[in-house]
Design a protein around this ligand. Sequence first.
Ligand code: SF4
Length: 323
Amino acid sequence: MTECQLSSQETVESLSVLPKDWQVDLRDLASLDITLSTLELIRRTTSRLPQDVIDALARGHAKEAQASRAANTLGTMLENVTLADHHVAPLCQDTGTVIFWVRHPFGVSQRALKQQIRQAVVEATKRSWLRPNCVAALSGKNAGNNLDPFHEGHPVIHFEEWDQAEVEVSIMLKGGGCENVGAQYRLPEASLGAGRDLKGVRKCIIDAVVKAQGQGCSPGILGVAIGGDRVTGYEKSKELLLRRLDAPNPDPGMDAFEKALAEDLNTLGIGPMGYGGRTTVLGVAVEEMFRHPASFYVSISYMCWSSRRMTLRLQNARPAIFE
Ligand code: SF4
């Protein structure tokens, strides 16, 4: 399916910043250090698009009329994917807002892990794997190290303790252009004729994609949270972008909704980068949440075609797993 010739796993391993035969030691969780493995996670994520996204781009390319602007654009994207991988260079000049989700067993110091992740981000920025994207809101001043100049808001790190004996670190590089076209709706929404049901949700999603046109660097991937409050809805919608495009929604009804919606969105004619065509989105992931009886939010996060995400798994006495 893929039209990209990515470098072999052996090549990727040979370029790793982790020492050869490195294994994680999780026996003493309090002294766990994930700095180097997180740096390697960033290196791989910034330059290597996940295979399911490559496959979806290739499927879109095959569907477009030969030599059309859509086909040429998707062809250039696929060429870009190969070049970034071969040169271990950022896939896009915008390496985004850097977001982590860390799941860990009891006994880990979140404070220590946070400092290690921040150190890895600073080092990745020095090595030009990340662009310095973190500026003061009003002055635009850039310290050049990707750290929030006021608090510890960037990189964004979500922590969760779990029962498993392993540590999992997921990363997403969320581009600024696609972030700008995310949207949140409050139902009912009279201007769209959208009520508090799945039909209303569908109208919101179509509206967001129509308004985005090519500005989110389509073809896009949509994460949609139905419910929650204004914060948790957006958080969930973003987390949904970690889901593989070939992974079905565990709820069969929602899975059917997602697939039908993706097909409908691809008839809008917006196409790659807004140049027209049949490939406007690569996938849609929707999840229902709780809500306050008085509120009904639909929160939509839009991810561009350059959907850089990866998960690092650390299991005791085993090499780091990147997937
Ligand atoms: S939206 Fe995505 S593809 Fe477009 S410039 Fe930003 S990171 Fe790059």
